[in-house]
Design a protein around this ligand. Structure first.
Ligand SMILES: [Zn+2]
Ligand SMILES: [Zn+2]
Length: 229
């Protein structure tokens, strides 16, 4: 399945890392861009919803890990869209990596996964970041999409809260949804990651979308409070 509608105006291109297409107040926005190899799949998804590459006006990057920014340079070039990221991660995106060091979250499985992840190439195609995202401030092109800075997994990581359908949270890798919400295997700072999840649990949202794993389509804020408070 190349692309699936979640709710009106929101589409997911599912994969090892999820990519989202949002029909915003100012054209199509893409949240995260997958690995470099995912660009063709994203362009297919855009075509499948009846849009052209040029309809993509904005690329929102949640954090500077290769699985989320790998396709940003190619997608920016192909679409002419503006790229946005938090100021702490923008220099990594513009330099094409490497990301800051990450450590295993507690648990044996996380140790193994984090060790495997640390062996992946950390380099990405460099791309200009056209605009910075700020905590507690709407994204520059749509007043209905709030930026929430959620350091921990990555110091410059941001979530987005879209004022639609009772609230749609894009949680990035604050946690992953693998048969229930769990911390991602690799973290820059586990303590900060937990604080960020506590903070997210304080917002109201019906739907939660993750970088990894399927979305929660109803009562998502209650699930966050149950799991992270
Ligand atoms: Zn990540
Ligand atoms: Zn990720």
């Amino acid at each position: 399945m190349a692309v699936a509608g979640l709710i009106a105006g929101l589409h997911i291109i599912p994969g090892l890392v999820n990519v989202y297409l949002l029909e915003t107040a100012d054209g199509l926005a893409v949240v995260d861009t997958g690995f470099a190899r995912d660009t063709a799949k994203i362009l297919d998804g855009i075509a499948a919803i009846g849009r052209a590459p040029e309809d993509v006006r904005h690329i929102l990057l949640t954090h500077a890990h290769p699985d989320h920014i790998g396709g940003a340079a190619a997608l920016r070039k192909r679409t002419g869209a503006r790229v946005y990221a938090h100021g702490l991660d923008a220099p990594i995106i513009e330099a094409g990596g490497p990301a800051r060091p990450i450590h295993a979250a507690p648990g044996l499985r996380n140790m193994i996964v984090a060790a495997l992840l640390s062996r992946l190439p950390g380099k990405t195609a460099p791309t200009k970041v056209d605009g910075l995202l700020h905590d507690g401030v709407a994204v520059p092109f749509d007043d209905d999409i709030l930026t929430i800075h959620i350091p921990g997994h990555c110091a410059g990581q941001v979530a987005f809260l879209w004022k639609r359908a009772g609230g749609i949270l894009f949680a990035a890798d604050a946690c992953i949804n693998r048969k229930g919400m769990v911390l991602a295997a690799a973290q820059e700072d586990v303590g900060e990651a937990r604080s960020s999840l506590t903070r997210l649990a304080g917002y109201a949202f019906e739907v939660a979308c993750f970088g990894h794993g399927p979305p929660i389509m109803a009562g998502a804020d209650r699930e966050f409070r149950k799991r992270w408070l």
